[in-house]
Write a protein that binds this ligand. Structure first.
Ligand code: GDP
Length: 297
């Protein structure tokens, strides 16, 4: 289960805090040290952990908390609030144009992150909201990727635009816009090529697509299981290509939680959705407060 170890450790710290009637500054500091260790072991970014514990300590070590009737509860409440802040406070939703205009969404991410699956999941959700999606196969390097998009599109009852592997992604994207306009589709979801590692060609290709067609949102798909690598990938994509939102997949697995807890603070970009399974219905809007509750138990 995701966050299992982190949750267990934090709950232990909280139990000790609640067990004490009064708290001294040393008690709070000792508890925060344990919180810090637990976050680091969950693979949360080091700088993020430092800032987080500093913010909690500034609020928790004070007469208001120490003299309150339930100081332990107060500290826990502060940890909860700061954790929500860390993940962006508010829920950020996908930006779309009005339905009478075309919206283009470009999906990016490393190979295996879950891009193709997530596109189909998202298309399904937006179809229900009366958008008419067209999935566009711009991963021209892996015939299997085109095939997979077609299979997923079929499952969702959403058309897929493909020109095989003999055209450039830029030309495919441009042709897809014409196709959508002719066929009354108002939402284009572009599946782009993912490599095993970040490389310049991949970045250049994404930038070229963005220059060729009016992309409304660039969404980055990252795998929660890859921890800090996911955070580094997000930083690089954001610097080189520009990212509007992040989707973290495989949150149904036993991820330690580092990516979900660090990515917003490190990149400044919001998490929009989380992937919760392989089924095409397993995509959820991201709520920072609900995620914090899951972690803190
Ligand atoms: P792509 O290379 O980025 O297009 O990745 P795919 O969409 O092909 O996904 C790679 C693998 O991850 C596939 O086996 C998917 O079923 C799986 N996958 C994608 N999203 C999730 C998720 O949220 N949870 C789980 N458990 N598996 C996922």
């Amino acid at each position: 289960m995701a966050f299992e170890s982190l949750s267990d450790k934090l709950q232990n710290v909280f139990k000790k805090l609640k067990g004490k009637g009064r708290l001294t500054e040393a008690d709070v500091k000792a508890a925060l040290k344990e919180v810090k260790m637990a976050l680091l072991e969950a693979d949360v970014n080091f700088k993020v952990v430092k800032q987080f514990t500093k913010s909690v300590e500034e609020r928790a070590v004070g007469t208001d908390v120490m003299n309150s009737l339930t100081p332990g509860q107060m500290v826990i409440k502060i940890v909860n609030e700061e954790m929500i802040k860390l993940m962006g406070s508010e829920t950020t939703t996908l930006e779309l144009n009005p339905r009478n205009e075309l919206t283009i969404i470009m999906m990016a991410g490393l190979q295996g992150a879950g891009k193709t699956t997530t596109i189909a999941k998202l298309a399904g959700q937006l179809k229900v909201k009366n958008y008419s999606p067209l999935l566009v196969a711009c991963d021209v390097y892996r015939p299997a990727a085109i095939k997979q998009l077609q299979i997923n599109g079929e499952k969702q009852g959403v058309p897929v635009f493909s020109m095989g592997d003999g055209h450039s992604p830029v030309n495919i994207a441009k042709a897809a816009v014409e196709h959508a306009q002719k066929n009354g589709q108002n939402l284009i979801l572009i599946d782009t090529a993912g490599r095993l590692h970040i490389d310049e060609n991949m970045m250049d290709e994404l930038t070229a697509i963005k220059e060729a067609v009016p992309v409304k949102q660039t969404l980055l798909v990252v795998d929660a299981m890859t921890g800090q690598d996911a955070v580094n990938v997000a930083s690089t994509f954001n610097e080189k290509v520009g990212v509007d939102g992040i989707i973290i997949t495989k949150m149904d697995g036993d991820t330690r939680g580092g990516a979900a807890l660090s990515i917003r603070a490190v990149t400044g970009k919001p998490i929009l959705y989380v992937g919760m399974g392989e089924k095409l219905s397993d995509l959820e809007q991201f709520y920072p407060d609900r995620m914090a509750s899951r972690i803190l138990g």
